[in-house]
Design a protein around this ligand. Structure first.
Ligand code: PHE
Length: 351
């Protein structure tokens, strides 16, 4: 019997040492101390033992029982600790494991804005920022567009509930063009002036592939002695050549804007068909890219500039229109959408 007990002890000490988890230990415990466990059964054999053996076997069994229980408990602790250590070393991967193959980048508007600003800085133009929320006066009135002038329909916008700010209702609005900078630029700077302004504009539009309620404009205000339409033509050619990377023929068509006289629409020869006529240019061979003109004498005067002595050029375009042409984007709404598949594509083509 003694031998049998020692054998049980050795077998199970080995099993405990090899146990990998708590479940293994539970099974070992049951195999020893369960209803039909080896230790339980051994105890049941005591009455059959010769009387002289009992004083020896009983303490041995008690000792083995205790030893095995202690070892099992110790191993249990060990396994728990190992588990905690594993948990501690485990990192929660919030990125889904797979590394992103694309890094983030600036929006195509921002990249283009930087490009255009640098381009005109080289010609000595400085940046000027005008407010997005502006008064009727700077957006219309001082630009020779008095109240009830039919030209206002072209620039219909969204009005601010201005009474809240103590301003007469209908007199505060979201600017419809960067031309709201013109009079401010003249009032706030010494002559001669070379300024540029780029930023958001807003209109009350019926939305479609070519019209957005929120869009970008870029505008130049150039005031000096003896400026003429020739300077304007040069600026347009310089701009298009630099942006599209090749010489592009430019033509000017008479166009009415109340704040310039004469006013022109600046067309560039269609870059897709090189003037032959295609779907994109409506078979005209030309694309309208900018609006411009010589600043109207009334507007010069509103800016405190004497039109007898100085002349001014105002020249503006919509970056989204140019970007649509440059990257073949067919819907202006793409720019402010979250459609990364398209926006990323333009960035790839660029690099
Ligand atoms: N502000 C005009 C528009 O929004 C564009 C323009 C700018 C025209 C400067 C002439 C001179 O349509």
């Amino acid at each position: 019997m003694e031998e049998k007990l020692l054998q049980i002890k050795n077998t199970y000490l080995e099993k405990v040492a090899k146990a990998k988890n708590l479940k293994d230990l539970d099974e070992i415990f049951l195999a020893l101390f369960g209803k039909n466990g080896e230790i339980t059964l051994a105890t049941k054999e005591f009455p059959n033992l010769p009387k002289d053996q009992l004083p020896k076997v009983a303490p041995l069994l008690a000792q083995i029982k205790k030893e095995l229980e202690t070892v099992i408990e110790a191993r249990r602790e060990g396994i728990r600790e190992e588990g905690y250590r594993l948990l501690e070393n485990e990192k929660l991967d919030l990125e889904g494991g797979k590394p992103l193959d694309k890094k983030g980048h600036l929006h195509v508007f921002t990249t283009f804005e930087k490009e255009v600003v640098e381009l005109f800085e080289k010609l000595g133009f400085q940046r000027f920022d005008a407010p997005h929320i502006d008064t009727d006066e700077f957006n219309f009135g001082l630009l020779n567009i008095p109240e009830n002038h039919p030209a206002r329909d072209l620039w219909d916008t969204m009005y601010i509930d201005s009474e809240k700010f103590g301003i007469q209702p209908g007199k505060m609005l979201l600017r419809t063009h960067t031309s709201n900078s013109q009079v401010r630029i003249m009032r706030e700077n010494k002559l001669p002036i070379r300024m540029m302004n780029i930023g958001r504009c807003f209109r009350y539009e019926n939305l479609d592939a070519r019209h957005e309620h929120t869009f970008e404009q870029f505008e130049i205000v150039y005031v000096d002695k003896n400026l003429s339409m020739a300077n304007l033509q040069y600026l347009s050619e310089y701009f298009l050549r630099t942006i599209f990377g090749k010489d592009i023929k430019v033509r000017m068509r008479p166009k009415y804007y109340p704040f310039v006289e004469p006013g022109v629409g600046v067309d560039g020869e269609c870059i897709f068909c090189e003037g032959k006529g295609c779907k994109i240019c409506g078979f005209a061979g030309w694309l309208e890219l900018a609006g411009a003109g010589m600043i109207h004498p009334t507007v010069l005067r509103n800016g405190g500039v004497d039109p007898e002595e100085y002349s001014g050029i105002a020249w503006g375009f919509g970056p989204s229109r140019i970007l649509m042409l440059k990257y073949g984007i067919d819907d202006i709404r793409t720019f402010l959408s979250g459609d990364l598949s398209k926006l990323l594509k333009y960035e790839e083509e660029k690099s």
